[in-house]
Design a protein around this ligand. Structure first.
Ligand SMILES: [Zn+2]
Length: 241
């Protein structure tokens, strides 16, 4: 309806003006006008998660973000926090979910250059598909509508190393081992191969263990992909499962 279109345009303009105003205020008076204009342009042209409507588009968005991270051209840092908090305070619209290791060198939002509210992240040492992780990811898909789950292993993973050595450890650390053993067997006790196989095995396990996820896959609403993150280069590589 014309009236609705007009109303939407007005809202969009109002929001753009608001974001530009906030950008000017937060940037401070000492910055040159060119920097302010560039800042405002970045904010208004940032892709919205709601536009990512397929598993393939979600994967492409993650990989594009990783390319920005590697090249040092990150967008997510330039978005002013005030409007972002306001946009996300009552709802989240993550387009992808990631099951990653808890390793401090794999900060998921950073390596994919994503703002608040865009990635639903489940982290546990060894990026393993425990019942709690599966339940969290089911919530991400069934309730929040995420289109993609990426299971991401990383180079020099301490959890895979520890499981490979199978040494006694304090507390409950050894409880991780049983989830990782199949990957160590598949990888022939080679660390790099086992890390790759672990991401693939956990990705397959998600679909196998969860009717919620497998149904979403069969309906074309979800993809689950294994991936590998290099601590040395910052690059994420999608693995063939
Ligand atoms: Zn790790």
């Amino acid at each position: 309806m014309p009236r609705n279109n007009e109303s939407e345009k007005k809202n969009a303009l109002t929001r753009r003006n608001f974001l530009q105003s906030v950008a000017v205020i937060s940037a401070g008076a000492a910055l040159p006008q060119v920097a302010l204009a560039e800042s405002a342009q970045k904010i208004t042209t940032a892709p919205k998660p709601i536009n990512i409507d397929s598993p393939d588009a979600a994967l492409a968005a993650l990989l594009e973000g990783n390319r920005r991270f590697i090249s040092g051209q990150m967008n997510s840092c330039s978005v002013p926090i005030g409007p972002l908090l306001e946009e996300t305070v009552n709802e989240q619209q993550p387009f992808a979910a990631v099951l990653s290791c808890a390793d401090s060198r794999v900060p998921v939002e950073t390596i994919f250059d994503q703002e608040l509210g865009r990635i639903f992240v489940a982290r546990v040492a060894g990026n393993i598909a425990t019942p709690e992780m599966i339940a969290s990811l089911e919530y991400g898909v069934a309730v929040l509508g995420t289109k993609l789950i990426m299971v991401i292993g990383h180079s020099s993973c301490g959890a895979v190393k520890a499981a490979m050595l199978n040494k006694d450890a304090p507390g409950q650390i050894t409880s991780l081992y049983e989830y990782i053993r199949p990957a160590i067997h598949a990888g022939g006790h080679n660390l790099s191969a086992s890390i790759h196989d672990n991401a693939k095995i956990q990705a397959k396990l998600l679909a196998k263990a969860s009717p919620v996820l497998s149904q979403a896959i069969s309906e074309g609403k979800l993809r689950i992909v294994p991936a590998y993150y290099s601590l040395a280069t910052g690059e994420v590589t999608v693995l063939k499962d």
